[in-house]
Design a protein around this ligand. Structure first.
Ligand code: PDD
Length: 280
């Protein structure tokens, strides 16, 4: 199946034939949740972990899961192209209601959509990227992978307009995560990432990195990081399913790690590439 085929409510369709009603609550309210799952050579990376997060997002917004894990797998597999690295996007909205009303409609069927895109190799990965720090203007339920991403896109856009790859978000003087990534820092030789809470998305890439750190005796801690401490870090990384592990070499006006990806990033990136091949 070519990558222009998408899945919508039980059917595989060419992208330009996949249509959703303007009364869909995803369109009107952003009333939906989503997942992004990387696929390497046709293999869905950390599939069970992504499904677990999907289940948590659904129950947090009081949506029933329309499919079990095996059904999700059989829905997604035909969209994959094993000859390339891809990311699968899947979205579930509360569905199409007859009228626009904030409260949940009764007897609606959720809208289920999935598509696959090729993962564009991140060109600057070996050089590192620039990031800005910016106030985290998002809501209090950042652990839910909600489609309502207006704050995230406004924050990322400000980074892009300053020639930066990501916005690093700061709440009460402490960093939370990136606009679409989790954050790691190396401070005094220890790899640190903020603990899971309602202030961050529990990233699947983040979990893999911590698992690799345990397996390889890399010292780490899940702890809060102040923006001041971040500026003294010897390394900063941003992690996500689509960009993997990106080293930051400039934060605002501060040069990080002498302006080059650091040695712990080099090690972790190599271990991560091996982990990917092991098809966990
Ligand atoms: N976003 N934090 C936020 C706010 C994110 O949007 C993402 C990923 C992450 C990293 O999570 P993971 O490692 O599971 O991809 C953290 C995806 C890629 C997106 O919205 O496209």
């Amino acid at each position: 199946m070519d990558n222009k085929t998408v899945y919508l409510n039980g059917q595989y369709l060419p992208l330009d034939e996949a249509k959703v009603s303007v009364m869909d609550r995803g369109f009107l309210f952003g009333d939906g949740i989503y997942e992004v799952i990387p696929s390497y050579s046709g293999y869905l990376f950390q599939f069970q972990q992504h499904m677990e997060r999907l289940e948590n997002s659904l129950s947090s917004v009081r949506l029933a899961n329309p499919h079990d894990r095996a059904q999700w797998q059989s829905i997604l597999m035909p969209l994959l192209d094993a000859s390339q690295d891809q990311s699968v996007y899947l979205q579930i909205t509360r569905g199409t209601a007859p009228i626009r009303d904030h409260a949940f409609p009764e007897n609606v069927t959720p809208t289920v959509f999935a598509m696959c895109s090729s993962i564009q190799p991140f060109t600057d990965v070996d050089l590192g990227v620039k990031a800005i720090s910016i106030d985290d203007s998002r809501w209090e339920l950042c652990n839910i992978k909600a489609t309502t991403l207006l704050a995230n896109i406004l924050l990322r856009q400000q980074a892009v307009e300053k020639g930066c790859a990501e916005a690093i978000l700061v709440k009460d003087g402490y960093v939370t995560e990136g606009a679409a990534s989790n954050i790691f820092a190396v401070i005094d030789g220890i790899l640190i990432t903020p603990p899971k809470s309602h202030e961050i998305l529990p990233g699947i890439t983040r979990d893999v990195i911590l698992e690799i750190a345990i397996q390889n005796n890399i010292a780490f801690s899940e702890d809060i990081i102040s923006l001041d401490a971040l500026k003294t870090a010897s390394e900063i990384w941003l992690t996500s399913s689509t960009r993997e592990i990106i080293p930051v070499v400039q934060l605002d006006t501060e040069i990080i790690a002498n302006g080059k990806p650091g040695p712990i990033w080099q090690t972790m990136n190599r271990l991560f590439q091996t982990y990917k091949q092991s098809r966990p």
